[in-house]
Ligand binder design. Structure first.
Ligand code: NAD
Ligand code: LMR
Length: 328
């Protein structure tokens, strides 16, 4: 029995993500929460002939607590998306408070759940959840994940196009964080090597496209938001990996933004509290944080360039909770 929950389930990501989770036969219960429209979304999905029993709640009558009761996996896409000209950090003002309040609900109602954070800026919202959980004495670093799968999906798609390969067979690790230069594709470790005709300029263009793929969608949507469908696909894919690992499947590895303890910092050679690393998942969540592997000089430079922004964003998220006097 696996209960999955989506917080922000009526949104651009939330609805297709809920659909994909409903279509996952390993999920037996699906809880949907939003400040609007969840009863309708739940009623609609409940007619689909798959095992998951669907319930949708709004804030009144302890809706958040009811949604979270018994949750194994909680996915959070609640919050505002970017418009053209905005950075992900510009979303902090609104999304930090939304994520803080939802994390408080999780700490009180499902503290053992695996928590998958999609809301931007991921480099700050994941530290926010960690600090809220610490304040409630329920922080388990093995159970908290920032979802960076969309970067992996994009990198695999673009490399698939360039190498004329089936994109479903392409695996490109992407590490660091989820914003601009903090997104570090390890193209030298791609399952499908780039063509020998690929020049240094071509490589720079590909790296730039992966790092700023989100902007491509924001621009094309022209004020109507950011990536929703590809994000729902990526979120469902990562959630499915977590579910398979909980159910005992071994050897599942995925890049994800996780807390680093002293040993993990040494493994990665990174002095940060959080980093998106290749992680082996297990029944308790994070099983092993894997080393970055052999990097080219170019990739070493990209990792170094990611660190200052990551540090600033992580500290911003942590301080939002540690320096707040608000009762959680
Ligand atoms: P959206 O506006 O379409 O949907 C957000 C939903 O959150 C809305 O339904 C809204 O009602 C709900 N919401 C707002 N406050 C809430 C609260 N307190 N409790 C519960 N629900 C609440 O936005 P979207 O396009 O779905 O994007 C959501 C977030 O995901 C944004 O922050 C966006 O930047 C982020 N995102 C992250 C990635 C990633 O790779 N991690 C990719 C795409 C988008
Ligand atoms: C993305 O990478 O598409 C998301 O983080 C949304 C955004 O703001 O670009």
């Amino acid at each position: 029995m696996v209960k999955a929950v989506v917080l922000g389930a009526a949104g651009g990501i939330g609805q297709p993500l809920a659909l994909l989770l409903k279509a996952n036969p390993a999920i037996t219960a699906l809880g949907l929460y939003d400040i609007v429209n969840t009863p309708g979304v739940a009623a609609d999905l409940s007619h689909i002939a798959t095992p998951a029993k669907v319930e949708g709640y709004l804030p009144p009558d302890d809706g958040l607590a009811k949604t979270l009761k018994g949750a194994d996996v909680v996915v959070i896409p609640a919050g505002v998306p970017r418009k053209p000209g905005m950075t992900r950090d510009d979303l902090f003002k609104i999304n930090a408070g939304i994520v803080r309040d939802l994390a408080t609900g999780i700490a009180k109602n499902s503290p053992k759940a695996f928590v998958l954070v999609i809301s931007n800026p991921v480099n700050s919202t994941v530290p926010i959840v960690a600090e809220v959980f610490k304040k409630h004495g329920v922080f388990d670093p093995k159970r908290l994940f920032g979802v960076t799968t969309l970067d992996v999906v994009r990198a695999s798609t673009f490399v698939g196009e360039l190498t004329k390969s089936d994109p479903t067979s392409v695996v490109v690790p992407v590490v660091g964080g989820h914003s601009g230069v903090t997104i570090v594709p390890l193209l030298s470790q791609s399952s499908h090597p780039l063509p020998s005709s690929f020049s240094a300029t071509d490589l720079d263009a590909l790296i730039n496209r992966i790092q700023f793929g989100g902007d491509e969608v924001v621009k094309a949507k022209d004020g109507a938001g950011s990536a929703t469908l590809s994000m729902a696909y990526a979120g469902a894919e990562f959630a499915n990996k977590v579910v398979r690992a909980i159910k005992g499947e071994k050897g599942i590895v995925a890049p994800t933004f996780v807390h680093l303890d002293g040993a993990a910092k040494k493994t990665l050679g990174v002095e940060l509290d959080f980093f998106s690393a290749k992680v082996e998942l297990g029944s308790e969540g994070v099983k092993t944080i894997l080393p970055l592997g052999e990097l080219t000089d170019k990739e070493k430079g990209l990792v170094a360039a990611a660190l200052p922004e990551l540090q600033t964003s992580i500290e911003k998220g942590e301080k939002f909770i540690t320096e707040s006097t608000q009762k959680l």
